[in-house]
Design a binder for this molecule. Structure first.
Ligand SMILES: Cc1ncc(C[n+]2csc(CCOP(=O)(O)OP(=O)(O)O)c2C)c(N)n1
Ligand SMILES: [Mg+2]
Length: 261
């Protein structure tokens, strides 16, 4: 039997995965590992931090790397603490839309404002999936969820735009139907300092109604057809690409006074 080359980065006891059939989290996991290899990063010099939720299970239990599971929404401040104490480590946060933008939204905002030297990967499946598909900050207007059975009366937040406006060095969105672009974005983000944010729109066939509950291949085709470059996307389309690329000094250099003059 042939063994996939990325197997060296996976904990064998975590396989087969607990993710549902058709979940996008496996695609995101593969993209992260391939990007780390392309960027020449060593897993032993990488620390993953995750809060709570399905997406927060991408690094732990799957990756053969140091990883922390912390309280819901608190991955970003925990990761910043690690980075401040061990600046030589690449610190990567992985989590869901509910964890990162909902429950941890205030941490996200201020880490971006500080340009904290972290890479944050937010898997946006449009709902709080692990707990049953409740409405969240990224749920599209009108989408039925378990807590809005007649359709979401609220409008979603464009988290990438918010993070870019708050002061991040890098902010981009792709989907699980754009894996080469996603990998390229992650490789670029890994080479930069400061706050880097990559959102991945991802299907959840188990907990999301509407189009993302379609059969996996159909859902990916729909995601691809629905995506338009940033600035060209209509109201019901998904803007993909880079929102901001800046080279302001990151938080660590700013603390050392290296950002002045
Ligand atoms: C403080 C706290 N509040 C609520 C929960 C319940 N909870 C566990 S997972 C989860 C949903 C996470 O959603 P998201 O971050 O979008 O990840 P997904 O499961 O969709 O990948 C919630 C609300 C919790 N564990 N802790
Ligand atoms: Mg979610």
């Amino acid at each position: 039997m042939s063994v996939h080359p990325l197997h060296v980065f996976l904990r064998s006891e975590a396989l087969p995965t607990a993710f549902c059939p058709g979940c996008g989290n496996g695609l995101v996991a593969g993209a992260i590992l391939r990007a780390l290899v392309q960027a020449g990063m060593e897993l032993r010099k990488t620390v993953f931090v995750a809060g709570i939720g399905c997406a927060a299970w991408i690094p732990s239990p799957h990756f053969l790397a140091d990883s922390l599971h912390v309280a819901h929404g608190r991955a970003v401040p925990t990761a910043l603490g690690i980075k401040l104490r061990r600046p030589e480590l690449q610190v990567i946060v992985v989590g869901g839309d509910g964890d990162i933008a909902g429950i941890g939204g205030n941490h996200l905002l201020h880490a971006a404002r500080r340009n904290a030297d972290l890479l944050v990967i937010m898997v946006n499946n449009l709902v709080y999936a692990m707990t049953g598909g409740q409405v969240g900050p990224t749920t599209p207007h009108g989408l039925p969820t378990s807590t809005t059975p007649y359709g979401n009366p609220e409008h979603p937040m464009d988290v990438v735009q918010v993070v870019a406006a708050a002061g991040a060095n890098y902010a981009a969105r792709w989907t699980t139907a754009h894996l080469p672009q996603l990998e390229k974005a992650l490789v670029k983000a890994l080479s930069m300092e400061g706050f880097r944010f990559v959102e991945v729109v991802s299907p959840c066939p188990a907990r999301v109604g509407g189009r993302l509950s379609m059969a996996p291949v159909e859902a990916l085709k729909w995601l691809r057809a629905q995506s338009k470059p940033v600035g060209q996307a209509g109201p019901d389309e998904i803007p993909v690409g880079e929102y901001i690329v800046r080279d302001r000094p990151g938080f660590l250099r700013a603390l050392r006074g290296e950002s002045r003059g």
